[in-house]
Design a protein around this ligand. Structure first.
Ligand SMILES: [Zn+2]
Length: 270
């Protein structure tokens, strides 16, 4: 349904827009297409456009990310404003990915208006997805932050942890950002050691998920327990334990890769 593209069509009568205001996604509560707002409707609103990024095609229709001014006041009876979290698991996966792409590209453009090397205003390239500084020739591309997320298992048990920042009593898989110079496998072993103090072996790549909070790419792995006792990193982990698959605590939903890792592991046991 969605086909990414970086170069917008020159002429098009019918466009779709994913609209953000102050970092919040706008959805039309009266429309089945929700966060996809058509050009005719958009023109009637009179909203002030701050930034626009071409995303690609939703079906055969060109689709744009749009950021509007915070002084505009969308009708609260028609438009709902919320974080991308609000639509995660509630809309089609491709639409969620598209909204995530929109949010990341708008943030990237906003955060690269000036060159980090010489301070000159940057310009948006028309041939590729890039911001350029003409005087010093710096080029900035949209930046993705790769992370490793891992389900560590021991026989029929899963090692799950409750993050110190989780608002709910939810237990999840372990995760961490890949640092400069590391491989994904290095990160995985380091994060597991730092967060819960155990060693792992037999790392198996599962799948990945774009996670636009704000710009992660989650690389999902399975790993086998290889030794050590659980010792939690007090700043990040409130609690970590082994759970038998038949007696799990509250876990992340299947819309997240963490939930998918857990479900996939249990399916392989049964
Ligand atoms: Zn520069």
């Amino acid at each position: 349904m969605f086909r990414p593209d970086n170069i917008p069509p020159t002429v098009c009568e019918y466009e779709l827009h994913i609209v953000f205001q102050g970092g919040q996604l706008l959805s039309d509560m009266r429309s089945r297409s929700g966060c996809l707002i058509a050009s005719e409707q958009l023109q009637r609103t009179g909203w002030t456009e701050l930034r626009r990024q071409f995303l690609g095609y939703w079906g055969d229709k060109p689709c744009y990310a749009l950021e509007i001014d915070t002084v505009d006041q969308p009708d609260p009876l028609q438009y709902q404003k919320g974080s991308l979290y609000h639509i995660l698991g509630r809309v089609d996966e491709q639409l969620f990915a598209l909204a995530g792409r929109a949010s990341q590209l708008l943030d990237w453009e906003r955060d690269h208006r000036y060159c980090g090397r010489c301070g000159h205003p940057m310009t948006l390239d028309t041939r590729e997805r890039a911001m350029r500084c003409e005087p010093c020739r710096v080029i900035n591309y949209p930046r993705i932050a790769p992370c490793v997320i891992v389900l560590v298992t021991r026989g029929e048990e899963l090692l799950l942890a409750r993050n110190a920042n989780f608002p709910q009593p939810m237990y999840s898989t372990l995760a961490g950002f890949i640092e400069a110079g590391e491989t994904a496998e290095d990160t995985l072993r380091r994060e597991v050691r730092e967060e819960v103090g155990v060693e792992v072996a037999n790392l198996r790549y599962f799948q990945s998920q774009s996670w636009p909070f704000p710009n992660q790419l989650m690389l999902g792995f399975f790993a086998d327990y290889a030794g050590g006792e659980i010792v939690c990193d007090a700043t990040e982990i409130a609690d970590a334990r082994w759970f038998h698959y038949s007696d799990l605590p509250m876990i992340p939903p299947a819309s997240s890769i963490s939930g998918q890792l857990i479900q996939h592991f249990i399916a392989t046991l049964n």
